[in-house]
Structure formats: C-alpha cells, structure tokens
Design a protein around this ligand. Structure first.
Ligand SMILES: N[C@@H](CCC(=O)N[C@@H](CS)C(=O)NCC(=O)O)C(=O)O
Length: 227
C-alpha cells in the first residue's frame, strides 16, 4: 500500500497542508489507494529518509517522492492507464506559481493565527518563531484587521472567477492537477479556519463545492470548518 506523509494539527485528523491536499486529490483522481500518515512540523527525523524536511512525501513500493509537483509527475508517468492529471499543458506551471506567489502569501496573512491555534503544543514554538522571522511581525500583528483585507483577497481571485464562469474546472471540462493546486489553497483555509473567504454567489464558491464533492467527498469529509 502506498503511504503519504501529511501535515497535521493537534488533532491528527486535521490535515491542513495545501501541498498535501494536492497529492491526496491527485491520488484519488487516479483511483490509487493510499495510507495517509500524520506528520508534525517538528518531526523532521521521521521524513529524513526522503532527503528533505517538507511534506507531502509519498512512498510507493521502493520509490520515495517528495514535493507535490514531483509527486504529480511521478503518478502521471508511473500510472499511465489511470485518468490524466493533464500536466502536459505548460499553463499548469503558471497556475502553480500564481497560487504559490500570490494566493498563498495573502492567505497566510489571513490564517496564520488559526494555524498556530490548531497546532500540537510541540509544534507551536517552531511555527511561531519561523513564521514571525519570515514575516517580520508577531502572529497577532499579522492578522490584525483581517476582515478589512478580505476584499483585497477576493479581488485577486478575478482571473480564476472569470475562468470558472466560462468552464467547469480550471483544467477545462474535467478536473486536472491545476484544479488541485488552486483547491489546495482553499482546503488549507477550510481545514484550519472559520474565517469565510467566499460568498455563495461566487463562481469560485460553486467550483469549490464541486471540488469538495469529488471522490465521495474526500475533501468535504475532512476535519475542518463548514465555511
Ligand atoms: N514545494 C513543496 C512545498 C511543501 C511545503 O512547503 N510543505 C510544508 C507544509 S504546507 C512543510 O512541510 N513545511 C515544513 C516546515 O515549514 O518546516 C511541495 O510542493 O510539496
């Protein structure tokens, strides 16, 4: 059985990493079964065998693959008879970098305190110190007035919003890895925070509903908040 290391909070069923959600959704897309193993920020030793310190890490027979993008490429190459993740379009990379350089930083500044509050005690100091150093402010300062920053986040979604008014999924008529990349960001938020990001009349909201329902509600049934 394949194994996937996923980031968890104090509740080991709270799986909130956007990158791990990309991998879980990609495995489900291909109909591949996987045992999803809990991993905490401070358990670097547990994944040292992968040669790096971040999750997701996939173990498939004798192969160990880290990095969500590498995992997607591996699955596509190794399981050619399963539904395609549609990685062969160069635009998927644009989606990846848009999400990682535009959406994720903005979301982090809305969610960082909720992440901290949901972490296991042993992870809290590490998270606070590393994120405060990276962002140059205390976690409490970062989330101040987040309600006022929500319109800015929603405006960033305009290209996505317009795309989803014209087609069912980011990848076209059916979902592809580009959907899982974008969805990972929203699922990160949903699993960790009660803060509501989307209005029900938004095409992004309708798309997210479809994504939550995929694969027998894999993402909808995850521990999180009904926002
Ligand atoms: N480029 C990697 C990024 C993975 C990543 O940053 N994972 C985070 C969890 S969301 C992590 O493991 N962080 C460990 C840490 O911050 O110490 C991918 O696409 O998988």
């Amino acid at each position: 059985m394949k194994k996937l290391y996923e980031l968890v909070g104090a509740d080991e069923n709270r799986r909130f990493s956007p990158y791990c959600w990309r991998a879980s959704m990609a495995l489900a897309h291909k109909g591949l079964e996987v045992e999803r193993l809990p991993w905490h920020f401070t358990e670097k030793k547990a994944i040292a065998f992968s040669g790096q310190g971040r999750v997701p890490v996939l173990i498939d027979a004798e192969n160990t693959i880290s990095d969500s993008w590498e995992i997607a490429k591996y699955l596509e190459a190794e399981y050619p008879d399963t539904p395609s993740l549609k990685l062969d379009h160069g635009e998927v990379l644009f989606i990846k970098f848009w999400v990682e350089t535009v959406l994720h930083p903005e979301l982090l500044q809305l969610l960082v305190m909720d992440i901290y509050n949901n972490l296991a005690q042993k992870d809290k100091n590490y998270f606070r110190e590393s994120r405060e150093k990276r962002l140059g402010k205390t976690l409490e300062e970062i989330v101040i007035n987040r309600d006022e920053r929500l319109p800015r986040f929603q405006k960033l979604l305009n290209p996505l919003r317009t795309t989803l008014k014209n087609q069912d999924f980011v990848a076209g008529e059916t979902p592809g890895f580009s959907d899982y990349i974008v969805f990972g960001a929203f699922q990160w938020a949903r699993c960790i925070s009660e803060f509501s990001l989307l209005n029900a009349d938004d095409s992004v909201y309708s798309w997210r509903e479809k994504m939550l329902n995929l694969y027998d509600g894999l993402a909808r049934n995850a521990v999180g908040y009904a926002v």
